[in-house]
Design a binder for this molecule. Structure first.
Ligand SMILES: [Zn+2]
Length: 541
């Protein structure tokens, strides 16, 4: 053996020497699914300064590292921290300070809950509620404000549908805002009866009341963010993609992250508004360790439940109606050009087949061909088969929410008819276009639990195991693809894959400890639970 070889062997021996390396944390006796390219499974990993230094077999890691803290996972499963690809993190937190109207079974119950909230929060301020869904009621009719006007003659009340695309306001609320029923609102509808508004508002008409939300003071906003963070850590989320925030909220998030109170990683999509865009045109994108701002959230249409989704052919259950286009094609083109010029992704909410078609066309016109700009279509809910190729042609990432499929499944066919329904919630067909999908929940429209996403994606079933054979099971994702969609593919969709999304040396130590492998989860019934959540090597749950 020559001298160089001897030296090399010697240094190798020294490097693997017992406890020769320092670590802040060693997790061992685990089944670590790294979600790296090859899908490698490890037994142990060492973490230093918030990042993973090494993964490997049990003895190798335990012998090599002197750790300040050692966690024996007792054979449990470790996955990369979950990323929600599309949610409303801040809105969810604010909701916790509103009347929760989810699960109500009739309009009377909505009004009763609102009255109980008003009694507990006396005064003359606004009462904001969210969560009703007429599709869950016996009559399935959209409500009006008659009952609210009787129960709340003076205090302004705004009650949003679960999807936020429709709302009922009482007369006091309309008076306070000074809503003129004769004025038309572009991209919005104010329902009228006998020449008078019924109080039911759709889409941009709801946005007129946005000022109320924006009035929330800083203490309320801070509490909202911290409340949302606590709930998210408890279900294993270590990054959230907030689909539409204004400059003020983004700055508050950055401030709280710098103070250390807000630890959650946030990918904030900038809400499409002139003041937001002109701000980021000057400041440029943000690529902080915990905050990424490099995308604009645009709305093409409304939601299917409130018939705001823009369809090529009329609604099957309302033959004179195609839904709503929320802005002109020229506007979408203008934002697209802005995004391309300023290095931002364009992430557009598209539910109906016509909205998807329109925006894929706009993207194509500006992008011109394949690229690495990672523009996204949010929801991509009803996509005509003929439009699907555009995702691959222009490298567009579909960002979908599997729990929408199982929540909408019972009534989607009524809106769409049997033929169109087969092109809705077609997640595996969409995955095949680009070879990846961003998975999210759209919470608070759905629940926040990423494992519900897994269940809905793989088994096409809701939390109660319904429907028994799965909703349109041909479009189920494999367990492996669902987990990738909740981790590494979401990292790719946010340009953070160098640091996040899989457990590999050099990446942030964001991971969850589960009591079982979701892949081995029973088809229905047995539930996987998050036992601990780590973000940057720190235990946050
Ligand atoms: Zn959304």
């Amino acid at each position: 053996m020559n001298r160089t070889a001897t030296a090399a062997l010697l240094s190798l021996l020294l490097a693997s020497c017992y406890h020769s390396q320092e670590a802040d944390l060693v997790v061992h006796n685990a089944r670590i699914r790294s979600m790296d390219e090859a899908g490698t499974v490890y037994q142990a990993m060492a973490i230093r300064d918030g990042r993973i230094v090494e993964l490997g077999p049990e003895r190798q890691i335990l012998n090599r590292y002197a750790a300040k803290e050692t966690v024996d996972a007792a054979g449990q499963v470790v996955l990369p921290g979950f990323i929600d690809g599309h949610c409303h993190f801040f809105g969810y937190g604010l909701n916790k300070q509103k009347v929760d109207l989810t699960g109500t079974t009739r309009w009377n119950e909505v009004v009763d809950r609102t009255a109980a909230f008003a009694e507990a929060h006396p005064g003359n301020g606004w009462i904001i509620g969210r969560g009703w869904d007429q599709n869950d009621w016996p009559m399935q009719v959209l409500p009006d404000n008659a009952l609210l006007n009787i129960r709340f003659p003076d205090r302004p009340v705004l009650l949003q549908r679960i999807d936020g695309h429709a709302a009922v306001v009482n007369q006091a609320a309309m008076d306070r805002v000074g809503l003129d029923p004769k004025k038309t609102i572009e991209g919005g509808l104010m329902m009228m009866k006998d020449g008078k508004p019924t109080g039911l508002l759709m889409d941009n008409a709801v946005a007129v009341f946005q000022t109320i939300f924006d009035e929330a003071d800083e203490a309320t906003k801070r509490k909202a963010l911290l409340d949302a963070q606590a709930d998210c850590f408890a279900v294993g989320l270590t990054m959230v993609c907030d689909a539409g925030l204004d400059v003020g909220t983004i700055e508050l998030i950055r401030t709280m992250q710098r103070e250390g109170s807000l630890k959650m990683r946030v990918y904030a999509m900038v809400a499409d508004a002139p003041e937001n865009l002109s701000h980021f045109e000057k400041s440029g994108p943000i690529n902080d360790e915990r905050l990424t701002v490099r995308s604009v959230k645009v709305y093409a249409d409304g939601a299917l439940g409130s018939r705001g989704a823009l369809l090529k052919q009329p609604y099957s259950d309302q033959p004179d109606h195609h839904g709503l286009q929320l802005a002109s094609r020229d506007h979408f083109l203008e934002v697209a050009r802005w995004c391309k010029a300023n290095g931002f992704q364009m992430n557009t909410h598209c539910i109906g087949d016509s909205a998807n078609s329109l925006l894929l066309g706009v993207y194509g016109e500006v992008l011109g061909g394949t690229n690495d700009l990672r523009w996204r279509i949010e929801h991509a809910q009803v996509v005509s088969p003929g439009d699907r190729n555009a995702f691959a042609t222009y490298s567009i990432i579909p960002s979908v929410q599997p729990t929408h499929a199982t929540s909408d499944g019972p009534w989607a066919g009524k809106r769409l008819g049997p033929e169109r329904e087969t092109h809705a919630y077609a997640y595996d067909d969409l995955r095949k276009t680009m070879g990846l999908l961003a998975l999210g929940t759209d919470f608070p429209v759905e629940g926040i639990d990423p494992l519900a996403t897994f269940r809905a994606a793989v088994y096409r079933q809701d939390a109660d195991g319904q429907p028994k054979d799965g909703y349109q099971p041909a479009n189920a994702l494999t367990a492996e693809n669902a987990l990738r969609g909740m981790t590494i593919w979401n990292a790719i969709s946010t340009f953070t894959e160098k640091d996040l999304g899989s457990l590999e040396p050099g990446k942030h130590a964001d991971f969850v400890l589960l009591n079982a492998d979701p892949e081995a989860m029973e088809r229905s019934g047995s539930r996987v639970r998050v036992m601990a959540t780590y973000l940057g090597g720190e235990r946050v749950y």
